[in-house]
Structures are given as C-alpha cells and as structure tokens.
Write a protein that binds this ligand. Structure first.
Ligand SMILES: [Ca+2]
Ligand SMILES: [Ca+2]
Length: 216
C-alpha cells in the first residue's frame, strides 16, 4: 500500500509540475529590416534593457510577469527598429528546441511601437501555422522612461521551435517615429520542470526505491 501511495505521490508531483510555466527566450533571430547594428533583433531576446532579469528555462513565467518587469526606453543596444519608413516587418526566432508554448510576453517600444502582431509557429522551419493575429500591444504614447510587457495567449498550447512574428501598423496611432520597434519578447512553456519540483520528484522516487529495497 505504501508503495502505491508513493507512486501516486510521484504522479501527483509530475502532474503539478505541468501547472508551472517557465519563461524562455529565443536563442537566435532575424528580422526583415533593421535600422542599424545598434538596433538589431538580438536586442529583443538578450534581456538588454530589462530592469530585472530572469533565467531562461528556469524562472517561473507567471511570478516574473507579476512583478511587472520594466524595459528601458533607451533604444541603442536595448531595442530593435526597422529602417526609417519601413512600417511592417517579419521576424523569425529560433527557440533552440521544440517547446510546448502557450503565451508570449511582448515589451512594445514606447516611441514607435508596433500596432498589430501575427504569431506563426513551426516545428521544422518550413511549414508555419498562424495561431494568433491582430494582437494589439500597449501604445505607450512616448511619455514613459520604461515600459512593461503585454502577455498574449496563443489560443492553446502548441509545439514549436521556430516563431515568426509579422508586425504591422507601425507606428501606433500617436506616431512619434516612422519605424517598427520593440524591446523584448519571451514565451511561456510548461515543458521545463522547476528545480524545486525536480527535487520533490527525486525524493519521491528515492522513497519508492528505499521501500522496495526494504521489502515493504
Ligand atoms: Ca531588450
Ligand atoms: Ca524606446
């Protein structure tokens, strides 16, 4: 009976771990237009400009976003922008491996942010499926020195390694610049159990082994 109880406990721990989403950053990215090297797409997945950082694949997504993490308004080496006058763009990100993702955190630029986002996903970098479109991030209106993230659901959980963002309607209704820009992007996945959960699972499994060896 004890063995069955411990097995059920281990199962419960595994199921509980699915409720915890961790935050992941892309590992690489390209953009169809870039203003210049100081404003490249790498600025959107290296945590540049974030007042409080996170550990990709480890930090709890919901806990981190609940803290309203701020991104600086300073553009150079912190934000990505298109070339002047380019008011839509396509961005391709590589997450580095296939993850089941369900949400996107998006820090829109305060000065010349994007007005609409379409999210397409792929597991092979060839066939892409649109999972969300018309996403409308916050228009900060230019009057801030830092800004928070919008969190968008992706209409379910999807296996994906490559994420394509079609950004358009740049700049937003109170135009300050003639660019598309944003500061950072990250995603939510339940694939990576948190360390505390792993430790609990290890203890449960060790418990089962000890009981087995003791013949109880
Ligand atoms: Ca950044
Ligand atoms: Ca800015």
């Amino acid at each position: 009976m004890k063995r069955i109880f411990l097995a059920l406990l281990a199962l419960l721990v595994i199921m509980t771990s699915d409720a915890n989403a961790v935050i992941i950053s892309p590992t690489a990215g390209t953009a169809s237009s870039t203003f210049s090297g100081d404003f490249d797409i790498g600025n959107t997945f290296d945590q540049s400009g974030l007042a409080t950082g996170f550990t990709s694949g480890v930090t709890d997504f919901d806990t981190y976003l609940a803290g309203n993490p701020q991104h600086t308004f300073v553009a150079a080496d912190n934000e990505w922008f298109t070339a002047s006058g380019v008011l839509s763009a396509t961005i391709n990100y590589d997450l580095g491996a296939v993850f089941n993702i369900d949400r996107m955190a998006f820090w829109n630029d305060e000065f010349s942010g994007v007005g609409a986002i379409e999210v397409l996903l792929s597991t092979d970098n060839v066939s892409f499926t649109s999972v969300a479109s018309g996403l409308s991030p916050t228009n900060w209106g230019g009057n801030v020195t830092s800004y928070g993230a919008d969190v968008f659901g992706l209409n379910g959980t999807h296996a994906a390694r490559w994420v394509r963002l079609n950004v358009s309607q740049c700049p937003q209704p109170a135009p300050l610049g003639q660019f598309c820009g944003f500061g950072e992007v990250a995603f939510s996945t339940a694939d990576v159990p948190e360390p505390a959960t792993l430790a609990l699972l290890g203890l449960a499994v060790a418990g089962i082994g000890a009981r087995r060896r003791a013949g109880v």
